[in-house]
Design a binder for this molecule. Structure first.
Ligand code: C2E
Ligand code: CA
Ligand code: CA
Length: 749
């Protein structure tokens, strides 16, 4: 089933470009944001490398400073030792204590050449003797005159100290000791540990470690060096391969950046400075970048949604205006054309269209006003929709016509059932208008069996089917049949011929035959009825029942009627010229002729121009015409009568007009329909009616003609019941003009 135009707009034309645009924009924003993030990280890394580099410089200087200070310290120890050895009374303990204090030394001890402490500012130490294996023993036995030791634990006191020694010529020697704490205080500020702590105090730096070439920690900003996690095998491998690129790591749930720089001293690498930076502030910045990007996308998203939604709504309403009926909301004729075109183009299975025509809608509009008419139309649309299958589509074709496209059905029977369902809707109480008047509909159905057709053809065929609905039969549903087209072609041929006759350019002929009417008492022809005949060269004779009907439907009857009236007058004047002054000529007149404004004037003019006495003219008007437009016609009849023309009511008895009404009508003669005359033969109760009609008409001062009299029996009955005139095959068939003239004056019975 084809999709609804409005619904298909939804997805196809808006959502797809919308999604594509959003995706494109998101990708672009994402790429830009990612680039900016990358750049930011890169600059962070570069910054951290260059900072690590500058910190490494401090370490190198510290290293230098440390060795200078150590050298100075060593020299101090030796100079002081030498100076003390030069003092005479170093066996006076009090002097030594004073001296140590003055020189800010912790210990001054004097050893004899056997390595025994003979004097010391620590009295307890006196008597202690060096033993083999002790560092002092090695010095004592060596040829060296001076020695400075690294900090070590004192054997006696257990305190850490740095010692310096100076040997005298006699082999005795002086030991000067400085507390490790004092030494540390002096060089401490240049120690790696200290520096590491200073570096670690900088913003964004979480850990700092200084490692020697064997990855042993020389200094670390935390007590518990995260060695195991940070200085793993892969790290070691990288450093050994001199790969100092920064690395992102996760440590204790924190995202960190690790930068490592080598520390060189005197052209030799003696360690690696490893700094761990917190990425928090960079992450925050990047988070802001992402947030910015997100906000941008959101703004664009909202904006684009707005713009596209507006465009969508605009388009939707444009479609609505172009393809939908405002009143009922149903797709309109424009849409129908497109829909049917597509349906024909990709025809697959049996499909059908139903033309639903509201018959009395115009009257309804006129009677109750247009807004009520609109209300009825919307009701109709709603009700029909209610009984449809899901894949059937209903269109408002024009004012009071709908087209239903049946997209799938099995058999014709199904279509019939569907049409009855629709008709049932109109029998429903809710379809009763305010004056209890039902809305009447009729349906023309076309079955589409292949793609060999056009939209125009389909609609024409449906209209044609509709025109075949016979108002006298009960079924308001008609299927299109191909034969209908032959009829249309024939009608077209007849119409063309009639037009040519009217324009006097025809090869075909329209002429009149005349059927006599006999006075029942005098047994004499008292008049003729003019009956039109049409002969087409290719088709042959056409019955007036057919061509008069076509002339009426195609608006040709007025001009055609004028020609017939002229021919009748010409005949009447010929009759008069033949010496028969009292012969009456009756002419059949259609309702549409009488209703024309200029009819009375035209009649007057024609009668005048043929110089005939209107008193010998008679107009036959069918009972049904009289009943349809009673007031106006009766008024016109009055004018005609005033001209002297007599009026007869034709086919009387078929139109159900009450006899009582005859009195009000401006008529002179009643022509009883053949149906009642046939009844005389069949001996049924209509016989009684026929006699009653005659007597009633007489009572109202009207003359009575019986038409279609074929048998003597009918004649007898009519004579007995005082009918005035008879007409029929019993007397004569319609005859040609010449014969009609010749028959005048003859007794034909
Ligand atoms: P109508 O006016 O009722 O004419 C009588 C029809 O019955 C004529 O048919 C006539 O030939 C036929 N008829 C007469 N007597 C008998 C009979 O005894 N038995 C049978 N079976 N038929 C008989 P026609 O000439 O074919 O005319 C048919 C109808 O065409 C007329 O019915 C009339 O309504 C219409 N018509 C004919 N000529 C004209 C015309 O000039 N103008 C108009 N408006 N209608 C015309
Ligand atoms: Ca007639
Ligand atoms: Ca008749």
């Amino acid at each position: 089933m084809r999709k609804d135009k409005l619904n298909s707009w939804n997805i196809r034309y808006f959502l797809v470009p919308f999604i594509i645009l959003i995706i494109l924009f998101s990708i672009v924003t994402y790429v830009i944001a990612e680039n900016r993030i990358d750049e930011r990280y890169k600059s962070f890394e570069e910054q951290s490398i260059s900072m690590a580099d500058s910190y490494s410089q401090a370490l190198i200087y510290a290293h230098d400073a440390q060795s200078i200070i150590t050298d100075m310290l060593n020299e101090k120890l030796i100079i002081v030792s030498k100076a003390i050895s030069m003092i005479d009374n170093h066996d006076d303990i009090a002097v030594l204590v004073e001296l140590a204090k003055e020189l800010n030394l912790d210990e001054i001890s004097l050893y004899n050449s056997d390595g025994e402490i003979i004097f010391s500012n620590y009295e307890d130490f006196i008597g202690w003797k060096v033993y083999e294996g002790h560092p002092i023993y090695d010095f004592m036995m060596s040829d060296d005159n001076t020695m400075v030791e690294d900090i070590r634990q004192d054997v006696i006191s257990g305190v850490y100290k740095k010692y310096g020694y100076v040997k005298n010529e006699d082999g005795s020697f002086i030991q000067i000791g400085e507390l490790a704490e004092t030494v540390h205080n002096l060089i401490g500020q240049f120690e790696f540990q200290q520096l590491v702590n200073i570096i670690a105090g900088k913003d964004d730096i979480v850990y700092v470690t200084f490692l020697d070439n064997d990855f042993s920690v020389l200094g670390s900003s935390v007590d518990q060096t995260p060695e195991t996690n940070l200085i793993d095998e892969s790290f070691k491998e990288r450093i050994e391969n001199e790969d100092y690129s920064p690395e992102r790591i996760e440590y204790e749930g924190q995202d960190l950046l690790q930068t490592s720089v080598p520390i060189y001293h005197d052209g030799e690498k003696n360690g690696t400075l490893n700094i761990l930076w917190s990425t928090e502030s960079v992450d925050k910045e990047i988070y802001r970048l992402i947030l910015d990007g997100f906000i941008q996308i959101s703004i664009v998203f909202v904006f684009m949604t707005g713009v596209l939604f507006y465009a969508y709504r605009k388009n939707k309403s444009n479609i609505e205006i172009a393809f939908y009926d405002k009143l009922t909301g149903l797709p309109n004729d424009e849409y129908l054309m497109e829909y049917l075109e597509e349906l024909i183009a990709d025809f697959d299975d049996k499909k059908a269209i139903m033309l639903i025509n509201t018959k009395n809608f115009k009257t309804l509009n006129m009677t109750y006003g247009f807004s009520y008419g609109d209300f009825v139309i919307t009701q109709i649309a709603k009700k029909i929709k209610g009984v449809l299958e899901s894949d059937d589509r209903l269109f408002r074709f024009n004012a009071d016509r709908f087209i239903l496209v049946v997209n799938s059905y099995g058999s014709r029977e199904e279509l019939i059932q569907m049409s009855w369902r629709i008709l049932e809707v109109f029998r429903n109480e809710s379809m009763v208008t305010s004056e209890y008047q039902y809305v009447n509909v009729e349906l023309g159905i076309v079955e589409i069996r292949d793609s060999d057709t056009t939209v125009d053809r389909l609609l024409q065929d449906a209209t044609l089917a509709l025109s075949y609905i016979d108002n006298n039969t009960n079924s308001p549903v008609r299927f299109y049949e191909e034969a209908m087209e032959d009829v249309v072609r024939r009608e077209d041929r007849i119409e063309k011929s009639l037009r040519a006759i009217i324009n006097e350019t025809s090869e075909d002929s329209l002429y009149l035959c005349y059927q006599p009417k006999m006075d029942i008492k005098g047994k004499q022809i008292m008049g003729y009825e003019a009956l039109a005949r049409l002969h087409l060269q290719d088709i042959g004779n056409i019955s007036p029942l057919e061509f008069i009907d076509i002339a009426e439907r195609r608006q040709l009857i007025y001009d055609l009627g004028k020609i017939i009236l002229k021919k009748s007058c010409e005949f009447l004047s010929r009759v008069n010229r033949s010496g028969f002054a009292e012969i009456n000529v009756s002419v059949n007149i259609s309702g549409m002729q009488i209703l024309r404004k200029e009819f009375v004037d035209d009649v007057f003019e024609i009668a005048n121009s043929y110089k005939v006495d209107p008193g010998y003219l008679e107009f036959e008007i069918t009972e049904s015409v009289l009943l349809e437009n009673y007031e106006i016609i009766n008024q016109k009849l009055k004018q005609i009568k005033e001209m002297g023309i007599s009026i007869s009511i034709d086919d009387f008895g078929t139109g159900f007009s009450s006899l009582a009404r005859l009195k009000e009508l401006n008529i002179d003669i009643v022509k009883i329909d053949k149906y009642f005359i046939d009844g005389i033969i069949e001996k049924d109760e209509t016989k009684i009616i026929t006699a009653d009609i005659i007597s009633m008409a007489h009572k109202m001062g009207l003359k009575v003609v019986a038409e279609g009299v074929e048998y003597q029996k009918q004649m007898d009955y009519l004579e007995k019941n005082h009918c005035d005139m008879i007409q029929g095959y019993f007397l004569s068939k319609p005859i040609e003009e010449q014969e009609a003239i010749e028959n005048l004056g003859k007794f034909i019975l």
